[in-house]
Write a protein that binds this ligand. Structure first.
Ligand SMILES: Nc1ncnc2c1ncn2[C@@H]1O[C@H](COP(=O)(O)OP(=O)(O)OP(=O)(O)O)[C@@H](O)[C@H]1O
Length: 227
């Protein structure tokens, strides 16, 4: 479902004499349906960069990044948007929303974009908000004024509302209380059980051990590292 082959990433710092930073080289990774892979490695090794490459936020300098059969390195922007709507979900660390949109609509939005009927989308969103323990009184308010933990749970609900075949999870359990952490781990397990291919960064070692099938240390993709 997620296939990377010989991916290379460099950054060119145009405001610093066009200095080039070589971050990742020969990244080859294959994540099957129902499998969860944790990206590990020291700070600065390139975990976030690799996640952004897979989501199509960063352009690779070489190689292939196939998600659901589409190569995101060469795909047109319209195709990348389609893959994000239908195939590849992304739970980032922080919620980014348009101000004044009610929480229920923020969570229902990915389903609407994927073509669900409005009533069905709102019902699914309500179910997820209940699971992540966002009080019903808050559903009609914008999440912009919510606490950090509440925003994170809205973000989780939004990321899991559509049954994406592939998912990227950036620290999904960070700073959650034990009860909500448990809810998120169950959502991940359910996504795996329905066949989602998942790549994630989990600093929570116990969470990683529980839901991940494999760890990939991205330092092995450092330029110049032994193949
Ligand atoms: N937009 C960017 N422009 C220039 N350099 C970048 C950019 N993004 C990342 N880098 C560099 O790429 C390297 C890898 O960074 P990245 O954030 O992917 O590491 P990480 O493994 O996720 O680290 P951490 O665990 O600390 O979050 C770092 O040396 C960083 O400075």
């Amino acid at each position: 479902m997620i296939e990377l082959r010989d991916v290379r990433k460099t950054f060119t710092l145009h405001n610093q004499g066009a200095a080039v930073i070589d971050v990742l080289d020969r990244v080859t990774l294959s994540v099957a349906r129902g499998e969860c892979v944790a990206l590990t490695g020291a700070s600065g090794a390139g975990k976030s960069t690799l996640m952004r490459l897979i989501y199509g936020n960063y352009k690779a300098q070489g190689g292939r990044i196939e998600v659901g059969g589409v190569d995101l390195v060469t795909a047109m922007p319209r195709e990348v948007i389609r893959v994000r709507r239908e195939v590849l979900g992304h739970v980032s660390q922080f919620l980014r929303v348009v101000p004044r949109v009610p929480t229920l609509d923020v969570v229902a939005d990915p389903l609407l974009l994927a073509g669900a009927a409005p009533e069905e989308a709102r019902e699914a969103a309500a179910g997820l908000l209940e699971r992540v323990n966002i009080p019903r009184a808050l559903w009609s308010l914008s999440p912009t004024t919510f606490s950090g933990g509440e925003q994170q749970r809205v973000n989780i609900a939004r990321g899991f509302v559509h049954p994406y075949p592939a998912l990227l999870l950036d620290e999904p359990t960070a700073s959650l209380d034990p009860a909500n952490r448990e809810v998120v781990l169950a959502l991940i397990e359910e996504a795996k059980a329905r066949g989602a291919a998942i790549v994630g960064i989990f600093h929570d070692a116990a969470a990683r051990a529980r839901v991940c099938d494999r760890e990939v240390d991205v330092s092995r993709f450092a330029p110049g590292a032994a193949a």
